[in-house]
Each structure stands twice: as structure tokens, then as C-alpha cells.
Design a protein. Structure first.
Length: 190
């Protein structure tokens, strides 16, 4: 009996290590290819808006979007994110305000403010794209790119990516949650 229990424990540990390695590989693979201005549209994925300011995750995504928009002035940005019950405004509106306050013309922005998940961010943003567009840039946190790009592929959208940095204070927590979400996405599809 002890031998069987030992083998079961070894199997669980081995399986856990394999899942850890696999999700780490998926997250690393999601960073490529890096965006180079080839796509005319970029989807900026939202994150939490606090009562008095954007979360650090959202701030870093907005900063990455601003830098990308400045580097590639032909790109139109879809800012995507709805409003949670505890948020003072939609994530899309917070991004719109930040980008226009920092010199990005309103005409370069498309607002998608209905989504409540990464899947909906991409689905609803796809509805706002011209029908001829089948490839976009996704701008989101580095750890989040792999899942966002996998979901986009399921929606038949080709992608490259811009990786925003992840706040160090929550990096391990967010990566752990993302590992579970990645496994769910690969199994369930959303």
C-alpha cells in the first residue's frame, strides 16, 4: 500500500512539474512574433480600473499601447474592456482618456466597452474590424499574450503581439492564475 501511495504521489508531483513547464513554455512562445507595424489594427486588452486610478496592469498596457501608437502612426487601436460592478468607468474609456491625453488622436481609436473576458475582448473587437482584416496586433501583459493569441486563433484572427510588462508586486499571483486559465483555454477553448 505504501508503494502505491508513493507512486501516486510521485505521479502527481511529476504531472505538476510537467504542467508548470508546459505553461511556462506556452507563455514564452506567446511573445513571438513581436509586432512590427505590419498590422493596421491593434487590440489593447483592458484590465482593472480602480476607483481613483487604473491598476498597474492597465497602466503598463496603456503605456505599451502609447509607445506602439507613436512608433506606428498608421495603426488604429481598438481599446477593449467593459465596466465591472466595482469600476468607475469602462476599461476602454480609461484607455481612451489616457491615450488622447497623451496625444493620440481620437480618430485612431475604436471603443469596445461591452466585454467582460479576454474571449469577449477579442470577439467583440473582431466585430468592429473591417471584414477584410484577418490579422491584428494584440497589446496586453507579457504573461497574458499566449492565451489571448490562442483565443484569437480560435476566432480565426492571425496575430502578432506587444508585451506590456507585468507589475512585480502581483507577478507570481497573475502568472499562477494565467497558468490555470491557459490549461482551461487549451481544454475548453475559451
Amino acid at each position: 500500500m505504501k508503494k502505491i501511495m508513493g507512486l501516486c504521489l510521485f505521479g502527481v508531483i511529476l504531472g505538476g512539474l510537467f504542467c508548470w513547464w508546459l505553461t511556462e513554455k506556452w507563455m514564452a512562445d506567446g511573445l513571438e512574433p513581436k509586432a512590427d507595424g505590419t498590422n493596421d489594427y491593434a487590440i489593447v486588452l483592458g484590465a482593472k480600473v480602480k476607483q481613483d486610478r487604473p491598476s498597474l496592469s492597465l497602466l503598463y498596457r496603456m503605456e505599451a499601447a502609447l509607445a506602439y501608437a507613436e512608433a506606428y502612426p498608421h495603426v488604429t487601436l481598438i481599446v477593449s474592456g467593459g465596466q465591472g460592478a466595482d469600476e468607475p468607468m469602462s476599461e476602454a474609456e480609461a484607455m481612451r482618456q489616457f491615450l488622447t491625453d497623451n496625444g493620440i488622436a481620437e480618430e485612431r481609436l475604436i471603443i469596445e466597452d461591452r466585454s467582460t473576458s479576454t474571449y469577449e475582448n477579442l470577439l467583440f473587437s473582431k466585430e468592429l474590424l473591417p471584414s477584410t482584416v484577418d490579422s491584428v496586433t494584440i497589446i496586453t501583459s507579457d504573461f497574458h499574450l499566449a492565451r489571448a493569441r490562442k483565443l484569437a486563433a480560435r476566432l480565426e484572427i492571425q496575430t502578432d503581439g506587444v508585451a506590456a510588462k507585468t507589475p512585480q508586486v502581483v507577478e507570481e499571483k497573475l502568472k499562477m492564475r494565467e497558468r490555470l486559465a491557459l490549461v482551461k483555454t487549451y481544454i475548453v477553448g475559451k
